[in-house]
Ligand binder design. Structure first.
Ligand code: GDP
Ligand code: MG
Length: 163
């Protein structure tokens, strides 16, 4: 049986980079500048012998500070409701931010299954952020580097039982 994974988290943590890596086609736009991707994007993911649907939550990049919280809440809740499992990404180099805490709260309340991913974890600059991530109360963070393709074996072993 297949399943749906939603990649959620605040702008710029690397959601679309991971989505593109899993889908293998550039279906989601990735950009250094905010304001590029929109709304929810769906693709067929391949990870080892697993095949599943993956959702990229975009569309938050151009929100102003005042509208960000409401928009990201709605969009994230939609993705969570569509998904069997959520991959909540933080930027391990930036550490846990107040916006990450808002997302963590949404997920704790709404998602059945959450995998916490500490992205941008290549190299030692991420160590402090990974340590902070334990404090989100969403279990042990998975060290990921969407850009370098690191941590995908661990992600595979967490998703395998769901498939
Ligand atoms: P999104 O807004 O969450 O979809 O984030 P993007 O996928 O658009 O990535 C935002 C920025 O982070 C881009 O400049 C990416 O190249 C960069 N990025 C994504 N993954 C990694 C990673 O694993 N390591 C590092 N160092 N940068 C990353
Ligand atoms: Mg994106």
């Amino acid at each position: 049986m297949s399943f749906t994974l939603a990649i959620v988290g605040r702008p710029n943590v690397g959601k679309s980079t991971l989505f593109n890596r899993l889908v293998g086609k550039r279906l989601a736009l990735v950009d250094d500048q905010p304001g590029v991707t929109r709304d929810l994007r769906e693709g067929e993911a391949k990870l080892g012998d697993l095949r599943f649907t993956v959702i990229d939550t975009a569309g938050l990049e151009e929100a102003t500070d005042e509208s960000l919280q409401g928009r990201m809440r709605k969009l994230t809740e939609r993705a969570v409701d569509m998904a069997d499992v959520c991959l909540f990404l933080i930027d391990a180099r930036a550490g846990v931010t107040p916006t990450d805490e808002v997302f963590a709260d949404i997920l704790r309340k709404r998602a059945d299954r959450v995998i916490l991913g500490a992205n941008k974890a290549e190299g030692s600059a991420a160590d402090a952020g990974i340590y902070e991530a334990y404090g989100l109360g969403l279990g042990e963070p998975v060290r990921l580097s969407a850009e370098h393709g690191e941590g995908l074996n661990e992600l595979y072993s967490l998703l395998m039982p769901i498939s």
